[in-house]
Ligand binder design. Structure first.
Ligand code: 5GP
Ligand code: MG
Length: 180
């Protein structure tokens, strides 16, 4: 049944998580966030470009309305982390003093998120929480806590559901994993 595979650029990827499974986890995460932050007027800061689909589904699954401000910090080129983070679209001044939820597609080494945590701290937010749809514990090198996780995954390259391989593969509604 689940042997569906896709080709993105020069690589083949196989089905890893279906849209239904994804939406189930998104709803669970949204319920956790609603429980913690409803009534607190949090500001959601999703990262471009990968988190756009997760943010969209999360917004629809939350049971309250809130402010959203996208940010862009990039550390990846091709299928490997460069270890350096670029600052393309910084956190809004609107985060100052607010309850902030950083929304990521995936935390891998944690370098990007660690950098973002330092940046957001400068705006002295009331609190900072992290929601990452995917988390790769085997490649994680930092020690911050991820408050909301959709799925913990093995250390392989993933595409689909907003995540790209060299700019393509983002529009698939399921998640796919590298066949190596
Ligand atoms: P980190 O700084 O935690 O190593 O990497 C974070 C960023 O690298 C993610 O936001 C994402 O853009 C990219 N990344 C890490 N692992 C993957 C992966 O398996 N697939 C894709 N498409 N991007 C990844
Ligand atoms: Mg990202």
């Amino acid at each position: 049944m689940n042997d569906k595979s896709i080709v993105v650029n020069d690589k083949r990827f196989k089905l890893f998580m279906t849209e239904a499974e994804i939406l189930h986890e998104v709803q669970r995460v949204a319920d956790e966030i609603s429980r913690d932050l409803k009534g607190e007027n949090p500001i959601f800061c999703p990262t471009l470009t990968g988190a756009f689909m997760f943010m969209s589904d999360l917004a629809k699954a939350l049971d309250f309305d809130a402010m959203v401000q996208f940010v862009k910090f990039a550390s990846y080129s091709g299928m490997a982390s460069t270890g350096k983070v670029r600052n393309d679209l910084i956190f809004s001044e609107k985060c100052r003093g607010r309850h902030v939820v950083i929304v990521e597609d995936i935390v891998d080494t944690g370098i990007t998120m660690d950098y973002m945590l330092q940046e957001i701290a400068k705006l002295e937010p009331a609190s900072v929480r992290i929601a990452s749809f995917l988390f790769k514990p085997d490649s994680f090198r930092k020690n911050f806590k991820i408050d909301y996780i959709g799925r913990t995954i093995p250390n392989h390259f993933i595409v689909g559901y907003g995540l790209d391989y060299d700019d393509y593969g983002r529009f698939y509604r399921d998640l796919y994993i590298s066949e190596q």
